[in-house]
Design a protein around this ligand. Structure first.
Ligand code: NAD
Length: 359
């Protein structure tokens, strides 16, 4: 059974299709969409090896000419070099204004292909075929695109909404356990900031791992509904959408300072959420019992041990939510209620992290 959610953004509105075999809906969508006959699939090498042939076949059955561009696996592909390689491949493949980019993969490919789709010929259409849990619950929806630079994570990017998202949950069976937990971290983030009902669902699961009984369609639908609502109100992240960065100020700083790819994005977010929860008690009056419940759920996300780098503060001040060099943290006052709190000293976040992970 495929669930369809709608993201209402006037002329940029689109649907998210979620469920096993959601990709089977693609040929009809492409035929009705009149995308000018040509598309390019962007995928990382691992995802293309597993799903490339099937996706090519499905897409080609619409009658469109399909090209493919593979990128190396992992965070290092979110780079200017890969943007250049992809745009040149699009030019060589004869992509025109009416053509389409298909992002097949996790958040890395989604962010890279998303950015290229907003730049090439000043913007062409994009559809997202997310294959990781993280991409299904978060990065494929909402239109944020981006790449990393040594100075900071996702510091270069655009807003460019996809024309549709097809989350085929059957593909999650080949995801590695680390990547599953990384996606669960973003589900927990949505639950803590926006959706107490989703939090209770997660709280009942002793095991948040891939065989712990979590229903992917249930959590993807809940996460995308909550995100769609926030994006509808604040597409360009000038207000309420910023709460979706809960745990992310530290996460992005950790990813950049440790070196991109050492931690999975969701692993860094899990660490960032632990620090944000501790600060939420001090700064927002998060009640102690809610703090304990929230920490118990976050603590079920498996994260490798890391030594907190000494140069975090510089990365923290370059966070996109900083104003005048002052770091702003997303904190919660109750489970499901989040807001923005300026911090006088970015070191507060680092200290909260060190205390939370007992470094
Ligand atoms: N744009 C946004 O709104 C947004 C939101 C959250 C995160 N992000 C970004 O998303 C990225 C993280 O995404 P990610 O965790 O998906 O990383 P990823 O794209 O690197 O995928 C993780 C790994 O899983 C593999 N993989 C993906 N699907 C698979 C499948 N079905 N079977 C087997 N292997 C599979 C990939 O090859 C990769 O090795 C980060 O760069 C983060 O900044 C963006």
């Amino acid at each position: 059974m495929i669930q369809t959610l709608h993201v209402p953004l006037k002329d940029r509105s689109y649907d998210i299709h979620i469920g096993p075999d959601a990709w089977e809906k693609l040929p009809c969508f492409l035929i009705e969409g009149e995308f000018g006959g040509r598309l390019i699939v962007v995928a990382d090498e691992r995802v293309y090896r597993i799903y490339g042939n099937r996706v090519r076949e499905i897409l080609a059955s619409s009658g469109m000419t399909v090209s493919v561009h593979e990128v190396p696996e992992g965070e290092r592909s979110k780079s200017f070099l890969e943007i250049e390689n992809l745009c040149r491949e699009m030019a060589r493949s004869g992509l025109e204004r009416g053509s389409l980019i298909v992002a097949l993969g996790g958040g890395v490919v989604g962010d890279l292909a998303g950015l290229a789709s907003s730049l090439y010929l000043r913007g062409i259409e994009l559809i997202q075929l997310p294959t990781s849990l993280l991409a299904m619950v978060d990065s494929s929806v909402g239109g944020k695109t981006g790449i990393n630079i040594p100075e900071g994570k996702n510091l270069v990017g655009t807003f460019h909404q996809p024309r549709a998202v097809f989350a085929d949950t059957a593909v999650l069976k080949t995801l590695e356990e680390r990547d599953w937990y990384s996606g669960i971290a973003e589900v927990v983030k949505i639950a803590l900031t926006l959706d107490p009902q989703l939090f209770r669902y997660l709280e009942e699961k002793e095991d948040l791992g891939p065989s712990g009984g979590i229903d992917p369609v249930r959590v993807i639908t809940a996460a995308c509904s909550a995100k769609a609502e926030v994006v509808r109100e604040d597409e360009r992240e000038s207000g309420q959408r910023r709460v979706l960065n809960f745990g992310h100020t530290l996460a992005h700083a950790l990813e950049a300072s440790l070196g991109y790819g050492i931690l999975r994005h969701g692993e860094a977010v899990a660490l960032g959420m632990q620090a944000a929860l501790a600060l939420s008690v001090d700064r927002c009056g998060l009640p102690g019992d809610q703090y304990s419940r929230a920490m118990a759920v976050v603590g079920r996300i498996r994260v490798p041990e890391v030594t907190v780098p000494t140069d975090l503060a510089g990365y923290l001040t370059r966070d996109k939510k900083s104003v005048g060099g002052r770091v702003t943290a997303v904190l919660i006052s109750n489970i499901g209620q989040a807001g923005m709190v300026p911090l006088e000293d970015p070191g507060t976040l680092t200290e909260a992290l060190l205390a939370a992970i007992g470094d």
